[in-house]
Design a binder for this molecule. Structure first.
Ligand SMILES: NC(=O)c1ccc[n+]([C@@H]2O[C@H](COP(=O)([O-])OP(=O)(O)OC[C@H]3O[C@@H](n4cnc5c(N)ncnc54)[C@H](O)[C@@H]3O)[C@@H](O)[C@H]2O)c1
Length: 257
């Protein structure tokens, strides 16, 4: 007999960028812990396909750069399920380009999703969470918020900004029984990382990106290892965690060499 009680039972959660990768893993882990998940992504077909495989879940197409779409995402969730308990601003993108040559458009392509998008998720989820009497915001940042590397200035700056937003939200929303925390993963072998590997190798002169990962963090992290932390931070098990930045990085950020 399984004595494990589901720690997100009866909770309603939105996960953005959940059509694949870490967002999908979080949506699956939340559903496995009893939550009803709104699987959201700019790629509606991907969101639909994930939602279709999860009990009680449904999909909402949403570009997190667009205020009206984020507002509609929250409103649709509350109309469908009666409330919102958990918001996970997870959608994120990266552009690999040096600061000295990148365009403002390239910069904004990243910050509009990774920073504006997180702000908009907090902005529109907060009233629903307040109305609910409490809840959790779990922001997907990155270990790049702590230490950057060449070619991803916009990404690192946006993630540092997201960590900062977690701190402000933590204090502003605490009285409403809402906790906000940030997750800081190192490299996990999702599409985001795999699709940029060659660019890093070529532009940084790294002969073997995978060998650097092994040296820096032992191995690639698993999507489920990030999702486990996301479950903890969305549940009562983390009841005194608020405004925190939690690394899940195999030790990558603990050593200079
Ligand atoms: N993979 C890693 O190593 C790693 C490490 C640290 C942090 N992260 C962060 O985790 C999050 C998820 O990354 P991933 O690795 O799963 O990437 P991914 O590229 O596999 O998935 C990202 C998802 O976000 C969606 N998306 C992109 N732009 C969007 C927008 N404007 N609105 C809504 N959805 C949008 C994509 O369609 C995709 O489904 C990102 O915020 C990323 O920065 C990833």
């Amino acid at each position: 007999m399984n004595n494990h009680s589901l720690i997100l039972k009866d909770k309603v959660a939105i996960v953005t960028g959940a059509g694949r990768g870490l967002g999908e893993a979080i949506a699956r882990a939340y559903a496995a812990e009893g939550a009803t998940v709104v699987v959201s992504d700019i790629d509606g077909a991907a969101a639909q396909s994930v939602a279709g495989s999860l009990p009680g879940a449904s999909a909402v197409t949403c570009d997190v750069r667009e205020p009206a779409q984020v507002e509609a995402l929250v409103n649709t969730t509350v109309e469908r399920y009666g409330k919102l308990d958990i918001m996970v601003p997870n959608a994120g993108v990266a552009v690999v380009a040096p600061l000295a040559t990148q365009s403002l458009e390239q910069w904004r392509a990243v910050t509009s999703v990774n920073l504006d998008g997180v702000f908009l998720c907090i902005r529109y989820a907060a009233p629903a969470l307040i109305k609910n009497g409490g809840g959790n915001i779990v922001i997907m940042a990155s270990v790049m918020a702590k230490a950057s590397c060449a070619l991803i200035g916009s990404y690192s700056a946006s993630k540092a900004g997201a960590v900062s937003l977690a701190k402000t939200a933590a204090v502003e929303l605490r009285a409403h029984n809402i906790r906000t925390n940030a997750i800081l993963p190192s490299f996990i072998a999702t599409e985001l990382v795999v699709s940029h590997k060659k660019e890093f190798e070529q532009q940084l002169g790294i002969p073997d990106f995978d060998a650097v990962i092994k040296q820096r963090q032992g191995r690639y992290g698993k999507e489920s290892e990030v999702a486990n932390l996301a479950v903890f931070l969305a549940s009562e098990r983390s009841s005194f965690c608020n405004g925190g930045s939690f690394v899940v990085d195999g030790g990558a950020s603990s050593s200079l060499l």
